[in-house]
Design a protein around this ligand. Sequence first.
Ligand SMILES: CC(C)(COP(=O)(O)OP(=O)(O)OC[C@H]1O[C@@H](n2cnc3c(N)ncnc32)[C@H](O)[C@@H]1OP(=O)(O)O)[C@@H](O)C(=O)NCCC(=O)NCCS
Length: 403
Amino acid sequence: MSDFVVRAVAEGEERATRDVLGQALHKPPVDDETWRLTASAWPAAGKFAAFDGADPVGVTSSFSTEIVVPGGRRVPFAAIDGVAVRADSTRRGALTRLMAAQLPDLVERGHVLAGLHASEATIYGRYGYGVAGRMQILEIDRAKVRWRADAPQSGRVRLLDGADAAKLVPDIYRSIGLPRHGNIGRPDLWWLNNHDGPIRDGHRVAVHTGPDGDDGFATFVTHARRAPALADWRTELRVREMHAADPAALASLWRFLLGIDLVQTAYGQARPLDDPLPSMLEDPRACRTISIEDELWLRLLDVQAALNARTYGRAEPVVVEVADRRLPANSGAYRVTTDGTSRTDAAADVRLDVETLAMLYLGAWRPSLLADAGRIEVFDAGAPARLDALFKTVVEPWCGTHF
Ligand SMILES: CC(C)(COP(=O)(O)OP(=O)(O)OC[C@H]1O[C@@H](n2cnc3c(N)ncnc32)[C@H](O)[C@@H]1OP(=O)(O)O)[C@@H](O)C(=O)NCCC(=O)NCCS
């Protein structure tokens, strides 16, 4: 058992906890100038730290925003934006104690869901987080790109420099309006932490203007590899993120990016599984999925509120027994119906833990597949098919915001 003290981070301790995170993620300490510019993006609020004497050796950080759930409702969401334990203090229970402090605090502050992006996929299931959204990495062979005649196209695309982009892009993101379940709101501190940085680091920003004004953007970076012979020079283009209000704006951004000269290979990083790009090309093999990865890990903090917030497909009801050992108030049976959910004393049709419920919640996984995989205990043989129909969503869940 560890002798750490785990408590909320106090004012004046922010920078030391920021350095714990930086060190664990193999980044240099924040210099004075960077800290001056970005300190407000790392407030004490929403953070817990583990202290060994006076020194913080572990931290878990969160900021509050909203997430869209199936059906379009927005619910209070805690984005866990930094988890780390200093290398000389790992495997002594610090993370477990940090999570034990953070989870009830998030509930108390009214969050319905929490989420994170995991550096390793074996850490967070034990705390009730499950993979609720996945992403794909696309690799595009530019020489093979020919657009189908019916592929949409609209407006025009222009490049912005860092200062203009930092002003404009947050407004475009806001006006696009979180169209997909899994999307989250981006508070000012997110933009300060994530967006200004990459632009300064050489990312460029393309903005699409449609009939009603600016309605999409992409941030990207290019890497050139020089070789002795000109014919062997290679340039890669990496699309870091791309958001658009409608399919025509998205297609036009792709057209622009894949039309940039001297690029041999382009990559779409962290794209939703249903990105339409391959279906708009004459040769769909010009665009390959080179990896499918977990994107958003979700934690239902208030199971009843979360289940009630989303909509369901048409099927007969299912009684789902949920086990949540970290937040035991969530444990119990819920009757899930087409019209909503309620607590019940009825006998369970299926039993699962809260991590598996998170996997179902946004529609990323077919419940019957998770039953086949042994993650859902089945008492009524017809229940998995009914859960499939209830939880299914037409579009894939996708967060699209790294934090
Ligand atoms: C991941 C990290 C936060 C774990 O902290 P920790 O204090 O060592 O974790 P704990 O001692 O509380 O261990 C908790 C449990 O997780 C397991 N665990 C810890 N780190 C793990 C890892 N990297 N991979 C798999 N399991 C891990 C432990 O074995 C333990 O399992 P148990 O509950 O079955 O006993 C820490 O190793 C770290 O900061 N790593 C570098 C930065 C990082 O990856 N941060 C996460 C960013 S999303």
